[in-house]
Design a protein around this ligand. Structure first.
Ligand SMILES: [Zn+2]
Length: 180
C-alpha cells in the first residue's frame, strides 16, 4: 500500500549543503524517478544538484511556513505548470511522469478526460483543462492500472512534500540530515 512509504527526511533542508530553509526562501525542487517511485530533492539557491542522475522534472517554489506544512494543499497551478512543461517530452520517464500528473490533475478536476484514442499505435488519453478548455493528448505508458494508481498516489505525496520517497533511492547523492 502507498501508506507504507517511509519518510527518511522531511525535506526541510537543502539536499546539497544540509542547511535548513528559512521560511519564504526560494527552493529548487527536483523530481527523480527512483526504483520504488518518485523522489523529491530540494536545493537552496547556492547549491547546484549533481548532474547525474537527471531529474524528470524541476520547478521553483518557496519554503512555506511550518504551520502550513501539516496540511499543505495540493498546488493545482504549480502541478498544472509542471504538466504543461512536459507537453513535448519524449524521454520515457518524462512521458510516464506526464501521464501520472494527468491522472492526479484529473482526480482533482483540473483536467477532464475527453476520450481515449490511438496515436501512432500507442494509447493516448485526451484531457481538457477545465478552466481554459485547452486539450492535451497524453500518451499512456506501458503500466497497468494498479501500477499507475500506486505511482499517482505516491507522486501526490511527494509533490506535497510529505515524503521524499523510499530508502531504496539511497543511490542518489546526498547525506544524512543530522545537523541542526
Ligand atoms: Zn544548499
Amino acid at each position: 500500500m502507498a501508506s507504507e512509504w517511509n519518510m527518511p527526511r522531511r525535506g526541510d533542508a537543502c539536499a546539497g549543503c544540509q542547511r535548513r530553509f528559512a521560511v519564504g526562501a526560494p527552493v529548487a525542487v527536483l523530481l527523480y524517478e527512483g526504483t520504488a517511485g518518485y523522489e523529491r530533492r530540494e536545493y537552496c539557491e547556492e547549491c547546484r544538484p549533481a548532474p547525474e542522475p537527471q531529474p524528470v522534472a524541476s520547478w521553483k517554489t518557496r519554503r512555506p511556513a511550518p504551520t502550513a506544512a501539516k496540511a499543505r494543499p495540493f498546488d493545482r497551478e504549480a502541478i498544472h505548470g509542471i504538466f504543461e512543461r512536459l507537453e513535448d517530452a519524449e524521454e520515457p520517464q518524462q512521458v510516464q511522469l506526464r501521464f501520472v500528473l494527468a491522472l492526479l490533475l484529473w482526480r482533482k478536476k483540473v483536467l477532464r478526460l475527453e476520450r481515449t484514442l490511438a496515436v501512432n499505435g500507442r494509447e493516448a488519453w485526451e484531457f481538457v483543462a477545465a478552466q481554459s478548455g485547452v486539450s492535451h493528448r497524453v500518451v499512456r505508458p506501458d503500466l497497468d492500472e494498479a501500477q499507475l494508481e500506486a505511482l499517482s498516489a505516491q507522486l501526490e505525496q511527494v509533490l506535497a512534500g510529505q515524503t521524499s520517497g523510499s530508502p531504496a533511492g539511497s543511490d542518489l547523492p546526498g547525506q544524512e540530515d543530522c545537523d541542526g
